[in-house]
Every structure is written in C-alpha cells, then in structure tokens.
Design a protein around this ligand. Structure first.
Ligand SMILES: C[S@@+](CC[C@H](N)C(=O)[O-])C[C@H]1O[C@@H](n2cnc3c(N)ncnc32)[C@H](O)[C@@H]1O
Ligand SMILES: [Zn+2]
Ligand SMILES: [Zn+2]
Ligand SMILES: [Zn+2]
Length: 307
C-alpha cells in the first residue's frame, strides 16, 4: 500500500486524513482543502454571520427544560452526541439548530456537535470503479456525526453554469440539498460545490443504499451546513457513501428515481447521466442529478445559496 500523504487536510482538521493507493500510481487531482463551506462567486461572506438569537444558559450543558435553543425544536442530540431527530411514527424529522456564537453556554454543550468538526479517523483510498473514495478507520455508531460536505457555497445561477460545463471525465462535486418546508410550502435549496475547494467529504461516493445520511444543520447562519451522519452502524474499513439526490424531508422514505422525462431533458442537452457502480441490490442504475440545473427556469432569490 502506497501512502500518498499522511494528512490531506494539512492540519486543518482535528484528526489527520491520510490518502492511500493500493491499485495504481495515480494521485488525487489538486484542490484547496477547506473543512467548512466558503463563499463562492457573488455569495457574500455574510452568509455565515450570526442570525439566530442565542441562549443565556450559564451552565456548561444546555438542558431540555431550560435552554430556549433546545426548547424551540426539541433536543437534536442525545447524551452521546448522536442525532435523535427522526420520529419513527410520522417519519418526519425536526430541523436541527445548534447553539451558536451568541449563546453563553460552553463549547462542550451537548447542543454543539457539527460545529466542532470531524473527529473520526477517515482515509481517502482508490476504489476499483468509482475513482477515489473515503473510508473509516474506526467503527462508527449509528447517528454519529461523521463530517460536513464542505465546499463553495454557490448560487443556483452559478450551479447551472457549472453543471453545463461538466463532462463524464470531470467528477461532479456539486451537491444540491432540497429542504421541503411544509408550513411555507417552499423548497429551500442549498448548492455546495467541492470541486475546487472541499474537505475529505468530497471523496465520498454515491450509493443507492448508503451508510450516511445528509442532514441540514444550522448554527449561526440561515444557510444550513450539510452534515453527514451514520445512517447505521458502520464497521472499520467500510467505504462511506451517501445518496447524492439531496432530498431532505423524510427519513428513509424517499425513493428517488431518475424519471424518464428528466432523462430526456438531460439527453436533449447532449448529456447522459453517469452509470452508478454502487453495487447495491436496489441500485437505480444512474447517479442522481438535479434536472432543474439543466432547465432555463429562473428561481426567485430567497437567500444566499438559493438565489
Ligand atoms: C463527489 S465525487 C466523489 C469522489 C470521486 N470518486 C473522486 O475520485 O474524486 C463524485 C464523482 O465520483 C464518481 N462516483 C461517485 N459515486 C459513484 C458511483 N456510485 N458510481 C460511479 N461513479 C461514482 C463520479 O465520477 C462522480 O461524478
Ligand atoms: Zn448550548
Ligand atoms: Zn444556545
Ligand atoms: Zn447505485
């Protein structure tokens, strides 16, 4: 096994992220490592400035009965820091708001998880069929935070431009997260592209039966962080994967198919979706893509990352 680098994050993560290749002589193409999202073209840095009121809890741990941050939506994490937002009966899940920079609680408050960053030992490795991938060097318990999908936060206009430029040879690092909000009957979209700048998560491949789930988590900003949590217990050495379709409203209830009309709209642009090599029994055959990025429809600017 050839170790290409001991730490691709160059010290930017709390734990090193090594890169190895057991298959050939190739090395990953260059990119700028960032552990958190940065603003892309024409997206103001203000996307990350304090937006929510904070709590005045003076004890180290915010508690369910006293902390307004937790009371608004219910506790998002249990005492082990594992996500607990999925209601098995309704299959709906509550939004996650962590304590933020205006809160007076300590940095070790139970309601601060994603903002504390990656803490698991992860490794970039060369896969047989999907280019580079990311695996875990330790066992991961279900609902543990693994890493954030970090990259450039871009507008839909920029996302459409970048989608047009994609070829089968250039990997697609653009993730569109869609949050379905029932009370405002609106879909909030967040576009993150990890092609030029990104974290270890940019190496995570798609699977139609993934072991991670992407959850929007808000700390200071109205723009969510795209946090990846273990969807089940994951064994040491397993490749990490998530579903690129980016639908977030239900737990385990979305069955996204590449619809025939969506395929047609892509083919009309002279493009074919990439075939999926995830190997899952329920494999849909193609990598998901967001058909709206290939249409000329305009979207109302709602907020940074959504305009
Ligand atoms: C976010 S990148 C993942 C890292 C990438 N494998 C690399 O080498 O840098 C997404 C790209 O990886 C490849 N990929 C991801 N999941 C795949 C899958 N299930 N089957 C085939 N290729 C996949 C595709 O080229 C896709 O555009
Ligand atoms: Zn707190
Ligand atoms: Zn708080
Ligand atoms: Zn698949």
């Amino acid at each position: 096994m050839v170790v290409i680098t001991e730490d691709i994050s160059l010290g930017k993560e709390k734990v090193k992220v090594s890169v190895v290749n057991e298959l050939d002589d190739s090395i990953p193409t260059e990119f700028g490592y960032t552990p958190v999202c940065i603003s892309g073209p024409n997206v103001s840095e203000a996307f990350n400035s304090p937006f929510y009121p904070g709590c005045g809890c003076h004890q180290t741990m915010c508690t369910r009965d006293k902390c307004p941050c937790i009371q608004s939506y219910g506790p998002s994490y249990n005492e082990d820091g594992c996500l607990q937002i999925f209601n098995r009966l309704t299959e709906f899940c509550q939004p996650v708001f962590e304590c933020n920079s205006r809160c007076s609680c300590s940095k070790s408050c139970q309601n601060r998880v994603v903002q504390n960053g990656q803490h698991l030992q992860l490794q970039v490795f060369k896969t047989k069929l999907k280019g580079w991938g990311l695996r875990t060097l330790e066992n991961i318990k279900k609902f543990t935070f693994v890493c954030e999908y970090a990259g450039e936060l871009i507008s839909i206009k920029e996302a459409k431009m970048r989608a047009q430029e994609l070829t089968h040879e250039t990997g697609n690092y653009l993730i569109v997260l869609r949050e379905h909000s029932s009370n405002v009957n609106q879909i909030l979209r967040t576009h993150v592209d990890a092609h030029f700048h990104g974290g270890a998560s940019r190496f995570i491949n798609h699977s139609c039966n993934p072991n991670l789930v992407m959850v929007p988590v808000r700390v200071d900003s109205i723009v969510p962080q795209l946090a990846l949590f273990a969807a089940r217990n994951i064994d040491i050495g397993e490749e990490l994967s998530f579903d690129y379709s980016g639908e977030f409203d239900h737990w385990h209830s979305h069955e996204i198919k590449v619809e025939v009309h969506e395929l047609k709209s892509l083919q009309e642009q002279g493009k074919e979706p990439k075939s999926c090599q995830c190997g899952a029994l329920n494999c849909r055959g193609y990598l998901p893509f967001d058909s709206s990025l290939y249409s000329s429809e305009s979207h109302l600017p709602i907020r940074p990352g959504n305009s």
